[in-house]
Design a protein around this ligand. Structure first.
Ligand code: SF4
Ligand code: SF4
Length: 436
């Protein structure tokens, strides 16, 4: 087996306890806690109620599995919630889940898959696509079917989806319905993430949600989590770590300069401002004795786990090193030191984060650039090792993407309430996503 970024499967397994799924649960407090940890082995130590589904989900779960060996390892370490989608790797992620689960006790795991339904497919199309999901997953039933990335409140009421869900439940192929939202996708027809998810909570037909929540982008998520708690809806999280690879960006700026390519004045100003933000971020790193901002990741995950309305944090495990680092956080508690780090990060680096599920500046753009969507794809490229997929998604966007930002006065930047130097970030994202 190939070595995986510092920690390979054998090293990983030798430090995990076998058969941890559902084992050793106690019922004290809100959360079930696995047997008291006597070591720092990477394994699940806490299970939380997944709303009214009645399932006890591992507090860290597998989001969009891409490698069967990694998935096997995390399941062996106690992960029992798997979030996948029809569109992840064009069905490949579901196939991996099916392969890995086929020889395991199906009842111990909760599988969520998702379908994009923005184009308003009819009931039969939804049933047909779901049947293919189930085939790839090699399972008689799926625990939860979510609307994937619901863009607006109107979508929540889509009757063909609800009729399909009713039939699938009656046929015993589905147990629960859910939805996820990223917020903006296009300017014409979107509502902010919290509005979409609050409408879904109010609707009453959704049992589980997948939402953006992290220590910088808090307000929207906290509103939704309160509603989930009130209505007993399971809440799973994505984008819990807002920290990007900022240091690499400095090198990219140097490359542009070294290439001696003509850069419009507006870009130079944008890049200059970005560099100033970078300097502030560097100061933060030095003050915190950190090599890179990613080192605050543990505190970032502990921050979201502190919220009792959170059922599980979805992590896209791309290598064993990440598995190791993430599972160690199961059941861990946010410390005062963590809180100080996070608050310092917010102050010094918060302006370098284009908030997921935001899009507030997009109305100010005269050229209709989907700012937040482009930055999400850039996040996939930079932080989730999904380079090809991110580039394909970017290429499929209508219009010319961030190429439209050339020679622009940068109205989006002035409209951003968080002071993000977005014009330069769009420029750099465009370079990455088109490999120019
Ligand atoms: S640049 Fe600012 S306003 Fe625009 S999407 Fe990003 S965080 Fe939101
Ligand atoms: S730089 Fe100009 S074109 Fe690009 S998103 Fe901002 S306002 Fe729109």
């Amino acid at each position: 087996m190939p070595q995986q970024d510092g920690v390979n499967r054998r090293q990983f397994i030798s430090r995990t306890l076998p058969g941890a799924v559902g084992a050793g649960l106690t019922t004290g407090g809100v959360f079930g806690t696995a047997a008291a940890p006597e070591d720092d082995a990477p394994r699940i130590r806490q299970y939380r109620p997944l709303g009214r589904t009645g399932f006890q989900a591992s507090d860290i779960c597998s989001g969009g599995p891409t490698d069967p060996n990694i998935l096997r390892a995390v399941l062996d370490a106690g992960v029992n919630y798997i979030d996948t989608a029809e569109s992840y790797g064009r069905g490949n992620s579901e196939q991996i889940v099916g392969e890995v689960l086929k020889n395991r006790d199906r009842k111990k795991y909760f599988i969520t898959t998702k379908l994009h339904v923005e184009k308003q497919p009819g009931k039969q199309e939804i049933l047909d696509r779901f049947a293919k999901c189930r085939e790839r997953l090699q399972t008689g039933y799926v625990d939860c079917l979510m609307m994937h990335g619901a863009p607006n409140t109107g979508q929540v009421k889509m009757e063909s989806f609800h009729e399909a869900v009713r039939q699938l439940k009656a046929d015993g192929h589905l147990r629960f319905a859910g939805l996820s939202s990223h917020g903006p996708r296009d300017r014409e027809n979107y509502d902010p993430m919290d509005k979409v998810l609050l409408a879904a909570a109010e609707d009453g037909r959704f049992d589980v949600m997948l939402l953006v929540y992290n220590f910088v982008q808090r307000e929207q998520g906290e509103r939704v989590l309160r509603a989930c708690r009130e209505k007993n809806i399971g809440a799973t999280l994505m984008k819990t770590n807002p920290v990007g690879k900022y240091l690499g960006v400095q090198e990219e700026i140097r490359t542009i300069e070294d290439q001696g390519r003509p850069v419009p004045d507006s870009y130079e100003q944008a890049l200059k401002r970005y560099e100033q933000e970078m300097e502030a971020a560097q100061a933060f790193l030095q003050a915190g004795n950190l090599r890179e901002p990613g080192e605050i990741r543990d505190a970032a995950i502990r921050f979201v786990l502190k919220n009792e309305a959170v059922s599980s944090v979805c992590i896209r495990f791309s290598n064993f090193e990440l598995v190791d680092a993430s599972l160690k956080l199961s059941g861990s508690v946010l410390t005062g030191k963590d809180e100080k780090k996070l608050s310092l990060f917010r102050e010094r680096c918060g302006r370098l984060y284009c908030r997921h599920a935001c899009g507030e500046c997009e109305a100010a753009c005269p050229r209709g650039v989907p700012v937040n969507t482009i930055m999400r794809y850039d996040h996939y490229f930079q932080s989730q090792q999904r380079e090809k997929e991110a580039m394909a998604k970017y290429a499929a966007l209508p219009g010319e993407g961030a190429a439209a930002c050339r020679d622009c006065a940068g109205d989006c930047q002035r409209a951003c309430p968080h002071g993000v130097p977005i014009q330069a970030m769009l420029h750099l994202a465009h370079r990455r996503l088109t490999l120019i």
